[in-house]
Write a protein that binds this ligand. Structure first.
Ligand code: FMN
Length: 362
């Protein structure tokens, strides 16, 4: 199986091509520090070729929901260091996903009570989890003043440096699935008339500034980005993704990043269109808006040469020993959707490893 073969590029070596996809789990302390359960959870999954953490806010003004972790303060760095050490002790590799909510969020979901702000003042229909345990009704976000964009870009650079201080093996900028860079790229969330809106060149400006700031802080070989071209999920509208993402990849490809993490979807075949335009390492995600990624589907993508690695999301939640199960062709346990966003170990770090007859099989 190609999925189980070693992967090497000029900077890294991974024991297999199975990546744990980033998944928000809302298991942090209210201040954004990951709990001890978080260290257990990722350490249990350390056999992955690479783990990408759940989205982490670079700054409290980018917090999208309550209990999402942060990478802004010394407390955050110390708490994340316990996570990276636990993963490294098991021989794993882990990168931090920097997730800025932009227009997403709510003052009652945030440790600083700030009002969400994005490229433009366009309401998001998503209902974030609040600190009191309820879900918010949509509110109207603010729009960044021109000078505020450089400040937010700077937040990413500081958080990236914090990630390396916490022992992460790199940083993935979350430019997918409706988060801040995606809000600059998409049609419906960027109505700006300054140099950050309008033309393709302008809409790419803030995402590229973020990449360049992170690269300047930690180096291009520790910097990666996730993109979801044309993904209609989460109220995003991208009428004509091909020219935009081709232009963006032409810029990114020159920057010699650690990898590109690309989600495929039925509306726009991103992998088929963009793989030939990316010379570096490419991680594919093929499960957005589809059934959970299976080893069979992943192997097919690798066989077509559409990616070097494949990320697994939901299967990794329910199967801490996913790599072992794929290796030995063992059945996979089913996910407990009702426990995705709990406060404790239930449905998180309490999924058992394989034991014949002891798991519910999908
Ligand atoms: C509970 C949950 C939380 C998620 N949170 C994030 C996130 O924080 N960042 C991100 O880029 N994608 C997030 N995703 C998307 C996954 O990374 C992945 O792309 C998606 O689950 C499809 O892959 P799968 O079919 O293997 O599950 C999340 C998905 C789930 C199910």
């Amino acid at each position: 199986m190609k999925l189980l073969s070693e992967y090497r590029d000029h900077a890294s070596a991974l024991p297999n091509r199975i990546v744990m996809s980033p998944m928000t789990r809302l298991r942090s302390h209210p201040d954004g520090s990951p709990t001890a359960d978080v260290a257990d959870y990722y350490a249990q999954r350390a056999a992955a070729g690479l783990i990408v953490t759940e989205g982490i806010w670079p700054h409290s003004t980018g917090q999208s929901e309550a209990w999402v972790p942060g990478l802004q303060t010394g407390r955050h760095i110390d708490a994340w260091r316990r996570v990276t050490e636990a993963v490294h002790a098991r021989g794993g590799r882990i990168v931090a996903q920097l997730m800025h909510g932009g227009r997403k969020g709510h003052p009652l979901a945030r440790i600083d009570g700030s009002w969400p702000t994005g490229p433009s003042s366009v309401v998001d229909a998503d209902r974030p989890h609040l600190l009191d345990g309820t879900k918010a009704d949509p509110i109207t976000p603010g729009a960044f003043e021109h000078a505020e964009i450089a400040v937010v870009v700077g937040h990413y650079a500081v958080a990236a440096a914090n990630a390396i201080a916490a022992g992460f093996d790199g940083v993935e900028i979350h430019g997918a699935n409706s988060h801040l860079p995606h809000q600059f790229l998409a049609d419906n969330t960027n109505l700006r008339t300054d140099e950050y809106g309008g033309s393709i060149e302008n809409r790419m400006r803030a995402p590229l500034a973020i990449v360049d700031a992170v690269t300047a802080a930690i180096g291009s070989r520790l910097t990666a980005i996730r993109l979801s071209p044309g993904n209609p999920q989460f109220n995003m509208v991208e009428a004509d993704p091909a020219p935009l993402y081709r232009a963006l990849l032409a810029e990114l490809d020159r920057r010699d990043l650690a990898y590109l993490h690309l989600t495929d979807n039925d509306d726009y075949p991103a992998l088929a269109d963009l793989r030939p335009r990316w010379r570096g390492t490419l991680i594919a995600n093929i499960g957005e808006n589809r059934r959970p990624t299976s080893a069979h589907d992943a192997e097919a993508v690798l066989g077509l040469g559409r990616a070097d690695l494949v990320s697994f999301g939901r299967a990794f939640i329910a199967n801490p020993d996913l790599v072992e199960r794929i290796t030995h062709e063992l059945p996979l346990a089913s996910i407990r959707e009702d426990l995705l966003y709990g406060r404790d170990a239930a449905g998180y770090s309490d999924y058992p490893r394989w034991a014949a007859g002891a798991v519910r099989c999908a």
